[in-house]
Design a protein around this ligand. Structure first.
Ligand code: PMP
Ligand code: GLN
Length: 384
């Protein structure tokens, strides 16, 4: 019999580093500060609203774009926080996590032979998703140690074939945040060019030290050509519910809807009713998130003061980057494997986010954890 052959769609890609480290953590009984997810539950009222939605019979297909009540709440939030009016009828799509929104925005924005610019390091899903569209990826290095964008290098990477740039604020893995000047610089570079922006803002509610989240929605010129992504799973501590959304002007959204029909068609329905209820009844949840996660960041940093890790600044997000060069002089993947086996803590090696990793000894640790988890992990990390 002839062996069955299928094309190898992503020849350079294996299992994601997040799944690998989570499996290793489970196998070794290590504390998992690798994959980014909270180890506590979503608000009880949200859980109850989810159950209620199912009891109330909200169990069949929601509309492709998502239920109107949720889209209206998202429009309200965008106006309140970023001063931008978005039309819930045309500009918002509820998706299965920001991951699906990312896939659809990328698939909408580029076709084979187009060029896309991403920053190096970046979230690990961007490049494989671009490769699936047969787009050419150009990676522009961020500056260390603050992971800021060198806009001159972005300008230099733009060609006549560039159709897309993906940015991410607050940034995964570093937590770096954009200022209004960053958006202005980007606007100048892509003005009068046929280039769209994907602004990955899944950590929009996690900007610390009194800073504001500068959404691209605050920038009228760029908002007209941007897909803005957010994650309800991140905002409500329920990454497993797989809920996110995309905001984009009507022409960009129209294409996005077209593709969405033939991927998932629509996202999990009962959760949409629960999120609509939570956003309407308790906006304080997301308004208090910066203070909530800032406290976790500060606690974790204080606990690590007695360790030999050097802590980089964390302006946003839920990851602490640490320099381990005082502990061992080995590459970050080897160090992560050693750490999970011998140190009992799982982390993500920073090289996983890079095309060209710098000559540095850096790891990413997630502090979106209960106090007890942070204390136990820090105790282990301080022994090294
Ligand atoms: N973008 C970034 C930068 C992320 O960190 C993540 C996952 N945490 C996503 C997108 C995907 O989010 P979701 O879990 O909602 O699919
Ligand atoms: N976004 C999460 C992180 O950066 C992981 C998401 C995933 O595992 N797909 O850790």
């Amino acid at each position: 019999m002839t062996p069955i052959q299928i094309p190898n769609k992503l020849p350079d890609v294996g299992t994601t580093i997040f799944a690998v480290m989570t499996q290793l953590a489970q196998a070794h009984g290590a504390i998992n500060l690798g994959q980014g997810f909270p180890d506590f539950d979503p608000p009880l009222a949200l859980q109850q609203a989810l159950t209620q939605a199912m009891v109330d019979g909200r169990n069949q297909y929601p509309p492709e774009a998502g239920i109107l009540a949720l889209r209206q709440q998202i429009a309200l939030k965008s106006e309140r926080l970023y001063g931008r009016q978005v039309n819930p009828d045309t500009d918002i799509t509820i998706t299965a996590g920001a991951t699906e929104a990312l896939f659809l925005a990328i698939s909408s924005a580029v076709q084979a032979g187009d060029e896309a610019i991403v920053l190096d390091p970046c979230y690990d899903a961007y490049v494989p998703m671009l490769q699936l569209q047969n787009a050419r990826v150009l990676r522009v290095p961020l500056r260390l140690p603050d992971f800021s964008v060198d806009w001159q290098r972005v300008r230099d990477a733009v060609t006549a074939k560039t159709r897309l740039i993906i940015v991410n604020t607050p940034h995964n893995p570093s937590g770096a945040v954009f200022s209004p000047a960053d958006w202005d610089a980007l606007a100048v570079i892509i003005r009068d060019r046929n280039i769209v922006v994907i602004s990955d803002e899944v950590y929009e509610h996690l900007v610390f030290d009194g800073g504001a989240h500068h959404s691209v929605l605050r920038h009228p010129e760029l908002a007209e050509r941007s897909y803005v992504l957010s994650s309800l799973g991140k905002t409500y501590h329920c990454t497993g519910w797989r809920a996110g959304y995309c905001i984009a002007p009507p022409a960009l959204s129209a294409q996005f809807h077209k593709l969405h029909q033939f991927t998932s068609y629509s996202a999990f329905g009962p959760a949409q009713w629960a999120f609509a209820d939570a956003l309407a009844r308790a906006p304080e949840h997301y308004l208090q998130l910066p203070a909530f996660y800032q406290a976790s960041r500060d606690r974790f940093r204080a606990l690590l003061q007695g360790s030999r890790f050097k802590l980089l600044d964390v302006p946003g997000g839920f990851f602490q980057i640490v320099d381990y060069s005082a502990i061992r002089d080995i590459d970050d993947r080897s160090f992560s494997e050693w750490l999970v086996r011998e140190g009992g803590v799982a982390a993500i090696p920073l090289s996983a986010f890079y095309e060209t990793p710098p000559d540095a000894r850096l790891l990413r640790l997630c502090f979106a954890k209960r106090d007890a988890t942070l204390v136990a992990a820090a105790e282990r990390l301080c022994r090294l």
